[in-house]
Design a protein around this ligand. Structure first.
Ligand code: CMC
Length: 460
């Protein structure tokens, strides 16, 4: 929405007007899309900390106040009342489902749970055992589309026509691929999904059931996993979602776009942080530190307090507050006294009373406590970021659709400020290597400094 306000930018003697765009919650942005054509200037904003890349109706975050809402509904309310699958529906379609819509959607997700039998070969020598599950996940999410060619045409209208099927398929198969990846990597027989199990329960079944021993998770363990997925379901323009949107902006299909999202999520500054939190806590525990020495190292810039800090939140990440409570509950259920939870609590306490962290508004983020729950559930460390990816799938799907449905949507293509070498000559190899001295006169020499037609025409 454009509002009445006008932003004025003065460059030298000239002042230029730019419209102001206002969001539903009063957020304001200066629309500088005509800046270059009017002034010859572009803006530069490394890391896009001040750049709105789009207008979106999916998730609202107020980082200063610690608010997060899915389609207008506070995260705390969703966590208390909803499930991952209902949340996925809300995020993808914009409204809470009716009973019938919910039932149809769940059935559709369930029907898509198994993989095409030909895909099983990927788990039979298609990847080395040492392959990281995120590499496998990204490859197989892209590959799975190849089995449904009518869904991956890269023709917007046709891809959108099959969107409902593709969305349910990806939501379902991301979980099956993840579980089978774990089984394959550990040399375990692959376990197929079951018709009578819910989303998170089916995932735990495929992960932990043995041919000789059916795994029945405690209801509260299933709920804790479901909660983790729900809390990760969307988070507006984060690195992986922006990646999905960027890939989608070229007209690429949903499968290719979410596969790219997995790659972006993998990094330790993004989804990879949940794994690093546990590694950090284990290291602190192993050295007998109570967290004090680690905090000092972080303050000296020698280490990072993983699971702390966020580009948007300048207070507690609301997801971290929910997960801190859930972590204690899960440890009680599994009757586990995990020293890592005590270290995490101590780190949080110390950091929250230390001026380094206070001055920089560094608070625990979603990854700080989620790892403790995943560890208690029995999830191996290298699957942690995969859990984030399963959770984030509804958000990626919804954002792909927002991009693909926009009439006259533009391809994402930022500009740059070039800081490399100014125009220079192409020097042929024999001159670079000194085989022919630079003052040697020959026909060849005449051309040795004029490699580019741009240069030649400049000299003409
Ligand atoms: N430990 C110690 N210092 C930190 C930390 C941290 N975790 N995070 C930020 N800082 C410092 C940083 O060194 C900088 O200090 P200075 O002003 O003296 O240079 C200041 O705080 C601002 O940090 P920044 O790196 O400029 O902030 P950013 O917005 O670019 O980065 C972040 C955000 C999440 C990448 C960063 O806080 C971080 O690396 N945290 C640890 C990794 C992590 O937990 N990532 C998960 C994020 S939440 C899940 C998700 O959506 O991905």
């Amino acid at each position: 929405m454009t509002n009445q306000e006008v932003a004025k930018i003065t460059l030298g003697e000239n002042t230029f007007d730019f419209p102001v765009v206002q969001g539903t919650e009063g957020e304001k942005a200066i629309d500088i899309s005509t800046l270059r054509s009017k002034t010859g200037y572009i803006t530069i904003d490394e890391g896009f900390a001040n750049t709105g890349a789009c207008q979106s109706a999916i998730t609202y975050i107020d980082g200063e106040k610690g608010k997060l809402r899915y389609r207008g509904i506070p995260i705390e309310v969703m966590a208390e009342n909803s499930t991952f699958i209902e949340t996925a529906y809300l995020i993808i379609y914009g409204e809470l489902p009716t009973r019938k819509e919910m039932s149809n959607f769940s059935q559709k997700v369930l029907r898509n749970a198994s993989l095409h039998e030909a895909m099983m070969h990927f788990f039979d020598g298609g990847f080395p055992f040492s392959a990281h599950p995120m590499a496998i996940l990204s490859s197989l999410l892209n590959s799975v589309g190849c089995y449904y060619p009518y869904m991956v045409t890269n023709q917007r209208e046709q891809d959108l026509e099959h969107f409902d099927d593709a969305a349910a398929l990806l939501l379902s198969k991301v979980r099956t691929i993840a579980a089978m990846t774990y089984r394959m990597k550990n040399g375990l027989p692959l376990i197929y999904p079951k018709r009578d199990l819910g989303y998170s329960q089916n995932f735990l079944h495929m992960m932990f059931t043995e041919p000789y021993h059916e795994y029945y998770p405690h209801d509260d363990i299933t709920k804790a996993l479901d909660l983790i997925l729900l809390l990760h379901a969307d988070h507006e323009q984060n690195c992986s979602t922006s990646t999905v949107r960027m890939v989608a902006s070229s007209g690429a299909n949903l499968f290719a776009s979410v596969s790219a999202g997995v790659c972006a999520l993998w990094g330790p500054l993004h989804g990879g942080a949940n794994m690093q939190v546990i590694q950090m806590l284990q290291e602190i525990h192993a050295t007998g530190d109570d967290g004090t020495k680690f905090i000092e190292r972080a303050k000296r810039g020698e280490a990072k307090l993983m699971g702390f800090g966020h580009r948007l939140y300048k207070t507690y990440d609301p997801r971290a507050i929910i997960l801190r409570g859930a972590a204690e509950k899960v440890l009680n259920i599994v009757k586990l006294k995990d020293p890592l939870l005590d270290i995490a609590r101590r780190l949080e306490e110390k950091a929250r009373s230390d001026s380094y962290f206070i001055d920089r508004n560094l608070y625990p983020n979603v990854d700080f406590y989620s790892g403790i729950i995943l560890k208690a559930i029995g999830m191996p460390l290298d699957m942690f970021t995969v859990m984030f990816a399963i959770g984030r799938m509804p958000g990626w799907i919804a954002h792909w659709r927002e991009v693909a449905s926009k009439p006259k949507g533009k391809i994402s293509r930022p500009r740059q400020v070039y800081i490399g070498s100014p125009l220079r000559d192409y020097v042929k190899m024999r001159y670079r290597e000194g085989e022919i001295s630079s003052d040697y006169e020959s026909d060849d020499h005449k051309s040795h400094g004029f490699g580019s037609s741009e240069n030649a025409s400049a000299k003409a």
